[in-house]
Design a protein around this ligand. Structure first.
Ligand code: XIL
Length: 344
């Protein structure tokens, strides 16, 4: 069958995936290969680094950058004619920052030093890659899902507030990479329990527009979770989710699906049943998403169950292997692949 990217392109869209690398956590990236290179080459028109552009990967110390891993990924993509998006220039929750950044001494003038650190980081990355990276998740997950407020961190406190911090990241990115699509990326989705998260993201997006912060698109991560039959009706979920997306596009934001995968919660162990439910859930979700012409790029967070982050992040309670992606652990296509192809 034609590749998912070929099917997407026929509709003026693109299909892609996060790329992970072997050996993990090694600096010998020049000689390494993507974990599932054959699938990426075959199916994808665009890639995004799963971890290699995060501060934890790029910043071994306050004074050093380490580009070897992402350089290798980008060279691989370019050699195969695949586009690249960047993820992420600022994910400032302590859990996702290098230890040195969380313990950083901002000195006598914390604001100036915080701004210097952030601007240097964003500018250095954007200027290094220029037009080779077509879009950036400039800021990742700065809304606290518990209350819809913004995360306060060592860096944002030094700079004097999270709004000022994320605005500075976007302004710096725009100046240093004027061609790139600038994205705010987050995981609010249509499942219940996301109401405060969605409201907080809308407030953040409104604030960007009010302050003239250069943000082009909302990245909708799309780490989906299947609902059991006892959950709220699909129609109710879709209504709430559409109301959210309507509000986003009314503010003239584009949409990007940045990290699609599906956790098969509330399902029996039978693999055929789970795969069918995941495919149907994906299809219903994409039908809603594709009704918005503001959506052009669709990226999954990994092509094969073999390497999916979900296995470590949230194992199934019954211990059965997770099946959150398009191909199984033996690289055989699953019903989710056909669901995506049909949805385009
Ligand atoms: C995840 C990676 O997949 C893992 O390998 C890593 O340990 C943690 O980060 N939302 C995001 C991504 O924006 O950066 C996360 O990626 C998954 C959730």
């Amino acid at each position: 069958p034609p590749s998912l990217d070929t099917v997407a392109r026929a509709k003026g869209m693109r299909f892609g995936s996060a790329v992970a690398w072997r050996p993990r956590n090694s600096e010998a990236y020049e000689v390494a290969l993507p974990l599932d290179a054959a699938l990426l080459d075959r199916e994808c028109g665009i890639l995004v680094p799963e971890n290699e552009m995060k501060w934890v990967a790029l910043r071994p110390s306050p004074t050093r950058f380490s580009f070897v891993r992402f350089d290798a990924m980008l060279a691989y993509a370019e050699a195969n004619g695949i586009a690249m998006r960047g993820h992420t220039l600022l994910w400032h929750q302590p859990k996702w920052m290098p230890r040195w950044a969380n313990e950083y001494d901002f000195g006598a003038n914390p604001r100036a030093e915080g701004e210097r650190l952030l601007v240097e980081h964003v500018r250095t990355v954007c200027e290094r890659y220029g037009a080779r990276v077509g879009a950036y998740d400039v800021v990742n997950e700065t809304v606290n899902p518990a209350d819809g407020g913004l995360y306060d961190t060592a860096l944002s406190r030094a700079i004097g507030g999270t709004e000022a911090t994320v605005d500075l990241a976007f302004r710096t990115a725009r100046a240093a990479a004027p061609h790139a699509q600038l994205v705010y990326n987050d995981y609010m989705s249509w499942e219940p329990g996301n109401e405060r998260h969605r409201a907080g993201v809308l407030r953040l997006l409104e604030g960007f527009r009010r302050r003239g912060t250069p943000v082009d698109a909302l990245g909708v991560q799309s780490h989906l979770i299947t609902q059991g039959s006892d959950g709220p009706g699909a129609l109710q979920l879709q209504r709430d989710w559409r109301a959210f997306l309507d509000a986003v596009v009314a503010m003239e934001y584009k949409l990007v699906i940045t990290e699609l995968d599906v956790r098969d919660n509330n399902l029996p162990a039978d693999i055929a049943v789970r795969d069918r439910a995941v495919a149907d859930y994906t299809r219903a979700y994409l039908d809603v998403m594709f009704s918005y012409p503001q959506l052009r790029d669709v990226l999954v967070w990994g092509m094969s169950d073999r390497y999916s982050w979900i296995e470590g992040f949230e194992p199934r309670p019954d211990g059965a292997p997770r099946r959150p992606t398009v191909y199984d652990a033996q690289f055989r296509p699953k019903p989710m692949r056909a669901a995506i192809a049909d949805a385009f």
